[in-house]
Design a protein around this ligand. Structure first.
Ligand code: 5AD
Ligand code: SF4
Length: 476
């Protein structure tokens, strides 16, 4: 889910392959044409935002290119979540500098969380950056670009209480034509002490439910078969219909999206354990097309550390939530985010994180060691006192255990048949399809009969690694 690598390899589409609403990338340019090139890092939300940026720039007359060498405008949508993410961005800026030196006049813009965090300091630190634009200011991009073309430096890091880009139809940048993200809310009001997001993405606000359903319907009509509803904390989605004052909760929104078509799969991310309700779980259970998969970050398995993290739940409370999920949906897969070596974490407390992985039987996890972020609650209140080697060793222990649990989780699926949505050819062989089952597990299986991406097929799992299930197509 988190990307520290450039996204270029999956950008390619020819004019014929590109569906309406997707970007067609230009490789060469004619005189007078203006092109933008964009790279995205970080969470799915950032990737989704890049599609909004592409739409706004498209309206302003820019065309997308995968070829940095012909771009008039090079953009990088950045992540601040850990120091490493920021280091990667700075490295890419060095590369953009060389392009800029070869082609004076090329504009370089920094978007997203790092832009928000560093604001105009960026222009001092990185002299070759022309634009710094925060996550709520993308509508201002054409204006800022016009100014930058005249030699002005453009900065807009205004954080809004209202902006949801509800009316903007995203240009699908990395599309496989089958799965797409829909942003349903922005910002975050939880104050997890380790996290920079409330500072970079501002206050939480929910998008108009009808515009979400319209986007899902439009995607379905264009041939897409899976949408992922995105937000920093989707379970606190709440939108009031101004016409009748009716409140749309996340459970209600899920149901409305599920009703777009039984053939449209619904996923969502991310859930905060404190906010996911029974109503959400029952809605998931009720609709076959709502995928039986919940990303439910635990962060730590120890109550004292959870308290320092300001997660607002205890280990026992989280365990109850996990039990409830398996009770209502025995076939549901749960995944997690885990932080190793948070401030003052003891060896025993670390052991409790390990035992939580076993208890929750996560199908997979995103695992990190703690990286102090300037300005966060933890940076202000607690000493980052766990030595780097200890953090790394604990992280390795977490990864090792999760890999074993993921392997067992997959072994447990062998012999079972799953409904799989074909996403495309497998990376390794054009003789194989790849697609996910409801539990979000990637399945790879030999092609058979007449099928294409976007079709549902039934696949029996025959073998599994910790990451993938290998199978064969069977009759339903
Ligand atoms: N250090 C390490 N990991 C972090 N995360 C968020 N902030 C930090 C940090 N300062 C992780 C959390 C979160 C995920 C998006 O990134 O696990 O859920
Ligand atoms: Fe990175 Fe968080 Fe910003 Fe996403 S919201 S780009 S994970 S800092």
């Amino acid at each position: 889910m988190y990307n520290d690598n450039p996204t270029l390899e999956n950008l390619g589409k020819t004019m014929d392959e590109a569906k309406q609403g997707e970007v067609f990338f230009k490789e060469s340019k004619r005189p007078g044409e203006k092109h933008f090139y964009i790279e995205s890092y970080g969470c799915q939300m950032n990737f989704s935002d890049s599609e909004i940026v592409a739409s706004i720039l498209g309206e302003a007359g820019f065309q997308a290119t995968r070829n940095m060498e012909i771009a008039d405008l090079i953009l990088i949508n950045t992540c601040s979540i850990r120091e490493k993410a920021e280091d990667t961005v700075r490295k890419r800026l060095r590369v953009f500098d060389t392009v800029k030196q070869d082609r004076p006049g090329t504009l370089v813009g920094v978007l997203g969380c790092m832009a928000e965090r560093l604001k105009s300091k960026f222009l001092e630190e990185e002299r070759l950056v022309d634009l710094v634009v925060g996550p709520d200011a993308y509508r201002d991009l054409p204006n800022l670009v016009a100014g930058a073309e005249e030699g002005e430096k453009g900065v807009n890091v205004f954080l809004s209480r209202e902006e949801t880009y509800a009316d903007i139809s995203p240009l699908r940048l990395n599309s496989n034509g089958v799965t797409a993200f829909i942003s349903i809310m922005r910002g975050c009001d939880n104050m997890c002490s380790f996290c920079v997001v409330p500072f970079t993405r501002g206050r939480e606000r929910s998008r108009n439910a009808f515009s979400i359903i319209a986007e899902a319907t439009d995607l379905y009509e264009k041939g897409f078969r899976e949408v992922t509803l995105l937000g920093q904390n989707v379970d606190s989605y709440k939108w009031e219909n101004p016409e009748n004052g009716e409140l749309v909760s996340f459970a209600k929104l899920l149901e409305m999206t599920a009703l777009v078509s039984p053939d449209l799969r619904i996923r969502f991310s991310t859930s905060h354990p404190k906010d996911i309700t029974d109503e959400v779980l029952y809605t998931m259970a009720k609709y076959e097309n709502i995928c039986k998969y919940i990303h439910l970050p635990v962060q730590s398995g120890n109550t004292r550390v959870l308290d320092l993290m300001n997660r607002t739940y205890t280990r026992e409370w989280y365990e109850d939530k996990v039990r409830r999920i398996y009770e209502i949906m025995p076939d549901c897969a749960i995944s997690s985010d885990i932080i190793a070596g948070f401030c003052t974490e003891t060896e025993e407390e670390h052991q409790e994180t390990l035992s939580m992985i076993e208890f929750a039987n996560y199908s997979m996890s995103y695992m990190f060691f703690y990286s102090e972020r300037p300005g966060t609650l933890a940076a202000r209140k607690y000493e980052d006192d766990i030595p780097l080697e200890v953090k790394k060793r604990r992280l390795q222990e977490i990864i090792r255990l999760q890999t074993q649990i993921s392997y067992k989780h997959n072994q447990n699926d062998i012999g079972k048949t799953f409904k799989v949505l074909i996403e495309g050819e497998s990376k390794k062989s054009d003789q194989d399809w790849k697609g996910r089952n409801s539990q979000n597990k990637m399945m790879v299986f030999p092609k058979k009969g007449e099928h294409k991406p976007g079709d549902y097929v039934y696949v029996k799992a025959l073998e599994g690694t910790s990451a993938t299930l290998i199978g064969e197509m069977v009759e339903a």
